[in-house]
Design a protein around this ligand. Sequence first.
Ligand code: FAD
Length: 303
Amino acid sequence: MDYSKLANDIRAAMPELDLREREPMAEHCSFRVGGPAAAMALPRSAAELETLCRLLRERGVKPLIIGNGTNILPPDEGLDRFVVASCPGVGQVTVEGNTVTADCGATLAAAAMAAADAGLTGLEFAHGIPGSVGGGVVMNAGAYGGELKDAVAETEYLDEELVLRTAKGEEHEFAYRHSAFSGREVVILRTSFALSSGDRDAIQGKMRELAAKRRASQPLDMPSAGSTFKRPVGGYAAALIDQAGLRGFTIGGAQVSEKHAGFVVNAGGATCADILRLMDHIQKTVFARNGILLEPEVLVLGR
Ligand SMILES: Cc1cc2nc3c(=O)[nH]c(=O)nc-3n(C[C@H](O)[C@H](O)[C@H](O)COP(=O)(O)OP(=O)(O)OC[C@H]3O[C@@H](n4cnc5c(N)ncnc54)[C@H](O)[C@@H]3O)c2cc1C
């Protein structure tokens, strides 16, 4: 694929679009690793995102849509893909009655804040999750007893054939860190959350309380992708990793967080290869000790 030619072609059709070639993925993911994407567009509205996807499709190109890059691990050698970064550009949030509707690239924090400002309860748990609405829906992000599945009413998306569709309620097929969109090449455009009236001070107080819990227990000052592994049946990944004596264990610049053993962090100068070797070591060590194979939660790109 001649990405320079493709980029020039797209620029001619969409002169306002922020379109970059050989854009470092490290600048678009919370792990701060990864080589360049062949091309990256950063649309500033859902309409721009949709137009871009249609232009790419006409040219036979399936883009990789990312949100805030807080659950991805891009390879050191870069990505031979046209990446579309939706967050924060595609970020409109509106409130109507008890419904908050957020574009895919709105942060979960922005959606939760809009709900709180309108005195709507149901998204407090999502305020501290650093992803976007699109990424959150794909992953069914959750924290402190809440999951997006509890609040999502409907999602507008472009399916693999770029047909505009709406998923309602159970059609999202939400499960633990999984949705009907997981592993598919769809483009989530926006999601509506059905919330309940509540007390604004109590809602904001709950968000502050959860933020304090997060700060106390998670290494928020170091690059990571949050929990590296999913919660295995009948246990907690962090506890298993800790019991295996791996807290602080380091390979290259990748480290099992001293503060929270469930997080692999970039302790300085880590590469994707360091992180993958450390994840592999954790899986083998925990398996040898407990017979449990930890499944990565972070999405390894380019495999
Ligand atoms: C410090 C820290 C704490 C975290 N805490 C939590 C937590 O408490 N709970 C939790 O669940 N997660 C947590 N995470 C992980 C992460 O924030 C969530 O998984 C989040 O939902 C990912 O959203 P994102 O926008 O960053 O998605 P990305 O990482 O950008 O992408 C994730 C996946 O979604 C796809 N995607 C993104 N946007 C779209 C779209 N518009 N259309 C189609 N596909 C799309 C991508 O292709 C990719 O497959 C944490 C991460 C960090 C760094």
